[in-house]
Design a protein around this ligand. Structure first.
Ligand SMILES: *Cc1c(COP(=O)(O)O)cnc(C)c1O
Length: 340
């Protein structure tokens, strides 16, 4: 099977399995797991933040950020199609007790003026705005890169209003590799950041959150409270370290393959590529093929290709670590078969 459903479906490489096998471990709740410590130090250094914390997933990292920055009854400003808003089972309200105030953006980027006017004034009727969340790359917007300038403007508005900014950077390394802007530069315009080791970087488990020392100290307690205090976690941090130190440049390949696939699809009558493909996600409208989304996905599956549904008319392909150039060529041939 050629699996283009997500960049999370990849299997750990030999180097990762070896790193798991050989990891130096200890009880991480005691702060004694050397491999976890090394992963956290390396991540903090790469991001240019004081401190970092290994967490079980991107969702847990984002939730810990809200729990640490906010208190129940506060309000968070985020983009209307943010992963945090759409795909985290309402954890912001269920766990952190915060209310989301979504702003419709353009390709995942909120207009800074909208952010400014959405910040709550001091009024007895209003909740306090205590966090602004950004997402880069933007998942629902098809892996769109949120421009650095947009982040800079929002960060300066946030600073003027004494509101922290959290970046959901599940795919921040994709943004960095595609734009040529370092993750450190992106991280300058956010107080805290979450990125996934288990997406394009290919690790089997885990995310990192980073920020200043005080934030991470509080975050550590929230992680414990959520049941995320792990013991000999070096077994999973080892592969994470391989992902972070050896697999970043490789993302170029995912992006090249995504462009190759998108260009091929754009040349097929009856198909419309809906997004500007900047990173590893391709959205394709199949409405004119005569197949429903589910039928189209079944046709693909019967030819050895897996993709995902995206809304009522479109399907989604995500290039990843386990996909080869031949897989992309084969996928294009099979799709041509289906629509002709
Ligand atoms: C995948 C994803 C997450 C959540 O990560 P999990 O590890 O699946 O919990 C958060 N934000 C964005 C933008 C994502 O794409």
């Amino acid at each position: 099977m050629i699996d283009l459903r997500s960049d999370t479906v990849t299997k750990p490489s030999k180097a990762m399995r070896k790193a798991a096998y050989e990891a130096e471990v200890g009880d991480d709740v005691y702060g004694e797991d050397a491999t976890v410590n090394k992963l956290e130090e390396t991540a903090a250094e790469i991001l240019g933040k004081e401190s970092a914390l290994f967490v079980t997933s991107g969702t847990q990292g984002n939730q810990i950020a809200a729990l640490t920055h906010c208190k129940p009854g506060d309000e968070v400003i985020l983009e209307a199609n943010a992963h945090i808003f759409l795909y985290e089972a309402a954890a912001f309200s269920a766990l952190a007790g915060v209310q989301s105030n979504p702003i419709q953006g353009t390709r995942g980027a909120m207009n800074p003026k909208d952010v400014e006017t959405t910040i709550r004034k001091d009024d007895i009727h209003f909740p306090d705005t205590t966090l602004i969340c950004l997402e880069n790359t933007h998942n629902k917007a098809g892996g769109a890169i949120v421009p650095l300038e947009n982040m800079r403007e929002i960060y300066s508005i946030a600073n003027r209003n004494n509101i922290p900014v959290h970046l959901d950077g599940a795919r921040l390394f994709n943004a960095s590799v595609a734009s040529g802007i370092s993750v450190r530069t992106y991280a300058k315009y956010t107080d805290t950041v979450q990125f996934c080791l288990s997406k394009g970087l290919g690790a089997p488990v885990g995310s990192i959150i980073a920020g200043d020392r005080q934030f991470i100290a509080k975050a550590k307690k929230w992680r414990k409270r959520l049941g995320g205090g792990l013991r000999q976690a070096g077994i999973i941090a080892g592969p994470g370290l391989v992902a972070l130190t050896e697999n970043v440049e490789r993302l170029v390949e995912d992006h090249d393959f995504a462009k190759k696939l998108a260009n091929g699809l754009a040349n097929i009558d009856k198909l419309q590529v809906e997004n500007k493909v900047e990173t590893n996600i391709i959205l394709v409208n199949v409405k004119n093929t005569g197949y429903s989304v589910n039928q189209f996905l079944e046709e693909l599956k019967s030819r050895g290709i897996l993709a995902g549904a995206y809304g009522t008319n479109s399907i989604r392909f995500v290039t990843n670590y386990d996909v080869t150039k031949e897989d992309i060529e084969k996928t294009l041939v099979r799709i041509q078969e289906i629509v002709s």
